[in-house]
Design a protein. Structure first.
Lengths: 184, 118
């Protein structure tokens, strides 16, 4: 006999309600974000101005208190801090040649937290997210489904997904759907 | 999924993060004004598109954003090597020597055809 499995019918507008206990997909608090670009010779002065040593190795991050610097490219970093921080003012103190663009309102942060968080992100991100390849503190620009994101592993089972605000509906619904799929 | 090594990120990443950017090592004539129309058309439009090994530009667009060069076999899709933009083109014979069983003969640099037979 063939067993017939009835799929649960889910309303398409239920995306906002995640009925999964093991993993959560939540919105990150508003934050200050700065896209920082500079050549090697400006890095030490900028690190001093920021209070965070800018990471030079691919896929790494550095944090100091609430302020984090994510390596994005050989001359590019994403600085994330809480909403009231004066990242731009701090960077303005550095007199070396650099480009600092405030992109606080361009990005939206989504937190994926809980058991199987890596599997949730892997639902749309093709990178190897094992702890060996993508350890705690690793960060990288990559893709999630159809969009580009910056992925930052803040804990063994915690990720921060930064996407552009016009893609945030897509990213949020995508991660929730993925969380339902991998729920344990 | 194809894994492509990015020389800037120093590791293999999924192909979805990359974008092909055409033939590598195209050099713009200097001064370009003295170049004949045919030569300029060759520089601008006509590409080798060989069957076998080719030098290509790739961009890690959804990663570090950098352009880099690669040697890829257009038949098997196998990447022989990748190297940073601005670095000299690697010698194909030394690249191929560890894999002596490689069926494809090393493609030598051909002078770009001024006119393409269609």
């Amino acid at each position: 006999m063939v067993e017939i499995v009835q799929a649960t019918r889910r309303h398409p507008l239920q995306a906002g309600q995640l009925d999964v206990a093991s993993v959560s997909v939540t919105l990150a608090d508003n934050a200050t974000r700065v896209s920082l670009r500079a050549k090697d010779n400006a890095v030490s002065a900028l690190s001093k101005a920021l209070g965070v040593t800018l990471p030079m190795k691919p896929k790494t991050t550095a944090t100091n208190g609430g302020r984090a610097a994510l390596w994005i490219g050989p001359d590019e970093w994403l600085i994330i801090d809480n909403a009231e921080s004066g990242v731009i003012a701090d960077l303005a103190k550095a007199k070396v040649l650099h480009s600092a663009v405030d992109i606080s309102h361009r990005n939206v942060g989504i937190i994926v937290n809980g058991r199987g968080a890596a599997a949730v992100v892997n639902g749309g991100c093709p990178q190897d997210l094992s702890l060996k390849a993508f350890p705690m503190g690793a960060a990288s620009r990559t893709v999630l489904g159809k969009i580009e994101i910056v992925l930052w592993r803040t804990g063994e089972d915690a990720f921060r997904v930064e996407c552009w605000r016009s893609f945030s509906n897509y990213a949020y619904a995508f991660l929730q759907e993925s969380a339902r799929d991998v729920a344990i | 999924m194809l894994l492509i090594k990015c020389p800037y990120c120093e590791e293999e990443r999924p192909e979805l993060e990359f974008r092909n950017a055409g033939e590598a090592h195209l050099v713009r004539a200097n001064p370009i004004i003295e170049q004949s129309d045919d030569d300029f058309a060759g520089f601008l439009y006509f590409r080798q598109n060989p069957k076998g090994l080719q030098f290509e530009r790739w961009r890690h667009i959804h990663g570090c954003g950098r352009f880099f060069n690669a040697v890829r076999d257009s038949v098997s899709d196998k990447f022989l090597t990748v190297y940073k933009a601005g670095e000299p083109r690697p010698d194909l014979n030394t690249l191929l020597s560890p894999v002596a069983a490689e069926p494809e003969p090393p493609a030598t640099k051909r002078t770009r055809a001024k006119k393409v037979e269609v």
